[in-house]
Ligand binder design. Sequence first.
Ligand SMILES: Nc1ncnc2c1ncn2[C@@H]1O[C@H](COP(=O)(O)OP(=O)(O)OP(=O)(O)O)[C@@H](O)[C@H]1O
Length: 704
Amino acid sequence: MTVTTESEPLLDDGGSRRPPSNAERRSAAWWADSAPTVSNGTGYGSVAVGGLDKRPVGAEDSNGGGPGDGGGGGNGCAVQQAAPLLTYTWTSLNVFAPGARPARAPLARWFQRRPSAPRKHLLKNVSGCALPGEVVAIMGASGAGKTTLLDALTFRSDRQLTVTGARALSGTVVTSSRDLAGVAAYVQQKDLFVGWLTVREHLVFQALLRMERRIPRTQRLRRVRQVMDELGLTKCQDSIIGVPGKVKGISGGEMKRLSFASEVLTDPTILLCDEPTSGLDAYMAQNTVEVLSRLAKRGKTIVLTIHQPSSEVFAQFDKILLMAEGRVAFLGAPQEALDFFARIGAPIPPKYNPADFFVQLLAVVPTEEATSRERIDRVCDAYERSDTAARNALVTDYPTKGWPPTAGGGKPWLPLDASSGTSRYKASWGTQFCALLWRSWLSVRKDPLLVRVRVLQTAVIALLVSVLYFGQRMDQTGLVNINAALFTTITNMTFQNVLAVIKVFCTERAVFKREHMAAMYRVDAYFLARSTAELPIFMALPVLYTCIVYFAVGLNADPLRFFTCVAITNLIGLVATSFGYFISCAANNMSTALSTGAPAVIPLLLYGGFFVNLDTMPSYFSWIQHISWFRYGNEALLVNQWQDVPEISCAGALNNNSCIHSGHYALQVYSFKEGSVWSDIGHLALLILLFRSLALGLLIIKAR
Ligand SMILES: Nc1ncnc2c1ncn2[C@@H]1O[C@H](COP(=O)(O)OP(=O)(O)OP(=O)(O)O)[C@@H](O)[C@H]1O
């Protein structure tokens, strides 16, 4: 379609901005046009949500109900009864990005002063509001500033951006995401889950960590059932969510609804959603917006960004906020938008999807940038002068300028509950740990990569080593082969565990980051629970490996030596696992972790004492041997194997001089000390603590 607006007036919206009359100011019915009335479910009286809250403006003194009066309700959930209705306003939001600095020659970097790059103005005086009972859709062409605005509203703007302006909840200015934590939820564009859980398991986990401490477990489970019913998830409650590329789970639409379900469990008053329909087909998109509409009808304040909704989806919005080039082009009811654009000379052609029309009208066409920008400015200027903008300003200016005295002196909305958002975590440390342990255990148990594949992998490698070194005798050849078999054990334990940890831990990192940011749990609770859940499998595999290899190779027949060997391989496996955690936490993503993990192991491996005698290694690298589990593991295994072996046959030796004729002599060749098994075991235990502490420290730093 060609938008024939350039030649049109596109200026006059029927008069300059007219200050609203006192009667208008008092009238909550302004908003009733654009916001549906919600049922009296929360005990605030029976005024339409079209008013700023459920009480009429100026009714503060009438004591007509409040959060504590407990009236209404009827949904059987204490969480819902306590939820107030909140209006979210944002006033004169400006967002600046540092300007890109011109590239300079390397030497010029030292001698020239850095030119001050002009800042990029991403959001320009953006004001708006979302009232209880409304679905407010932020729309605009690509690059219009939708995501920048939503990020600013959720206090998740990029660190390098400067954000100015006020954001307020029912008139109380909020300054950080912590202020929003108790009342607002953010549904992000990308659905992130631990895919091995079922829908129900996921929601139970969320309920355990997101709902208030005082709420008993039975009530949490009831709430999970209720939310599943509300969002149509009951029929797939026992289906696995799914892991992309590994296991097919629930559909995209169900996943999106599960994202909503996770957020609405706590009955947040405000729901902010980034592109909730992206990646969904038309039916699913409509279905998703219907869900949001239903939530709004229950008194929620809903703000979402959307790129180009279909007519059906568009029809479900109560208010639209059109963005163009970082400015507000319109904020109001969809019908008002149609009137506004008709008034300024850009009427919507009949049978045309209004959303498509607005987006095209307000887009910067690459070949006509100047004309497009001029058109956008004219629309935005016309909106700023419009009655609609003046009415909106009364609400959006309140937090900074105060409510106009003519409004009757009363506050137009309920004050924020002072306690909301003060506590960062809803659950105690113990509850966090138990819930995380439960979830981690479920995913460890269900993930075939972690259990079945690894058991198979261990058994196959153990059999291979067994075949290769089968039935060694106590002679010179047997000595070399046994030592090689023991070192192969350490190498296998190391690479298998380091890679397994990196793959699993890094995969879950995005989920961890999101959930930790949503203040669901502390980093230490997560780390301890995750590593504890994996402990049984990481301890069982070395036992399996040793049981196969030990007897097949014909190692020391003393039962005590066998159990000591099992304990040592177990410790080696755990050090490697801890090193895997350390690398995973140090790297920013899985590919970096995988590409640095293996090379980082090599120096430690060289200091294992197998390939070269430790006494001949360069002294300036000697510190490496103190953190090499290869060294402690190799020494412990060899001492355990050879100590007290009185005689080794010289068969296979080149001559009598090269014959290693006793266990004592065999250990001397490697510079290993007899009786050092316990000190090596102690060192291995210390390395486990060291690498895990470093990993936890790094995770805490990165989580900030
Ligand atoms: N951190 C940043 N630094 C510099 N410019 C940025 C930054 N973030 C966003 N921008 C710019 O701000 C403008 C608005 O970006 P934003 O992502 O908000 O657009 P959008 O409306 O969400 O677009 P889309 O629908 O394509 O996601 C774009 O021109 C973008 O390049």
